[in-house]
Design a protein around this ligand. Structure first.
Ligand code: ATP
Ligand code: MG
Length: 292
């Protein structure tokens, strides 16, 4: 088998069933990194186009995933859409499904998938590419991202099914013959007021990952209402939290706006996580550079 060249500076957010917070993680980290000055390309590989929608774009207004299809199948330059300062997105949509289905039978190799992204990094336009994957095992496009991505971030919440799901991770990577480096597992949606559950979940994850990677220190709290409010406002959590600081209490009462109490803490956790991921990438980059 031909060794696929990895996509430099790429972070794949994947592995996990529907609703495990892959899109939340991929989008919020992309939002924070770009706000801090890193030039990010967020690549939405899910036909549900959730990441596209989180950044506030309507997939049908931006090609519905055609641009990625045209660049993988016909070699066109990858067309991206500006979502924020320093943040471009490769939009998904109904063509993403057609592309993924086509790739199952076509001769197209993972290297053809990787090429437009390798070119995007080589052009110097981006510091990092973040891939948002669909649920595990559901798409050829996701497999190709796993085979050519450099780093992998895996979200999980507590609960037997979620934790047990992590046990298949190593097997899945082996089956795909992927050399992707697991940066760590992010514990998501675990109550801030449940220290025992937090500790237990962390221990379970650490045990499953023993020798492969540690779970991240930062745990993202369960705060569905705060998250949903930010979505309704079409803002990233950190943007919404910043806006919230400008709304006075009297204004909140007058305009009947209710800002969730845990919003600021939730946003802060994503900032801390973004720093932690940055640190692990820097360490892994050094180790990999030393090996080559
Ligand atoms: N901190 C949080 N606390 C509670 N719920 C949250 C939090 N963050 C996100 N959610 C909710 O978790 C759900 C799953 O989010 P997300 O879309 O990120 O999952 P996913 O893994 O990308 O799903 P899919 O496999 O369908 O792509 C969403 O309904 C979202 O509202
Ligand atoms: Mg998703």
């Amino acid at each position: 088998m031909v060794e696929i060249e990895t996509i430099d500076n790429s972070v794949v957010v994947g592995i996990g069933k529907g609703g495990s917070c892959k899109t939340t993680l991929a989008t919020q980290l992309s939002g924070i990194w770009s706000s801090e000055g890193k030039r990010i390309l967020l690549a939405d590989l899910d036909m549900q186009a959730s990441a596209t929608k989180v950044v506030g774009l309507d997939p049908s207004q931006h090609g519905d995933g055609r641009h990625l299809m045209d660049s993988i199948l016909y070699g066109d330059e990858l067309k991206t859409v500006r979502a924020r300062d320093n943040l471009d997105i490769c939009v998904a949509g109904r063509h993403t499904k057609a592309l993924s289905n086509h790739l199952v039978t076509a001769e197209t190799a993972a290297s053809d998938f990787a090429l437009p992204f390798q070119k995007a990094i080589a052009s110097g336009d981006y510091d990092r590419i973040v891939f948002d994957l669909p649920p595990s095992g559901s798409s050829r496009l996701a497999d190709m991202a796993m085979q050519s991505g450099k780093y992998l971030l895996v979200p999980t919440s507590s609960g037997v099914d979620n934790i047990e799901g992590l046990r298949v991770l190593a097997g899945e990577l082996e089956e795909l013959r992927s050399n992707i480096v697991l940066l760590g597992v992010v514990l998501m949606k675990i109550g801030a007021g449940a220290p025992r559950k937090r500790a237990e979940t962390r221990e379970q994850v650490a045990e499953i990952l023993a020798g492969v990677a540690d779970p991240f220190e930062t745990i993202i709290r369960d705060a569905g209402a705060a998250y949903d409010d930010s979505r309704r406002a079409s803002l990233f959590l950190h943007e919404y939290a910043e806006w919230a600081t400008t709304v006075s209490v009297s204004n909140q009462i007058q305009s009947k706006i209710r800002i969730p109490q845990n919003l600021a803490s939730l946003a802060q956790e994503f900032y801390e996580l973004a720093d932690e991921v940055d640190d692990r990438i820097a360490t892994a980059d050094k180790i990999l550079a030393g090996e080559s």
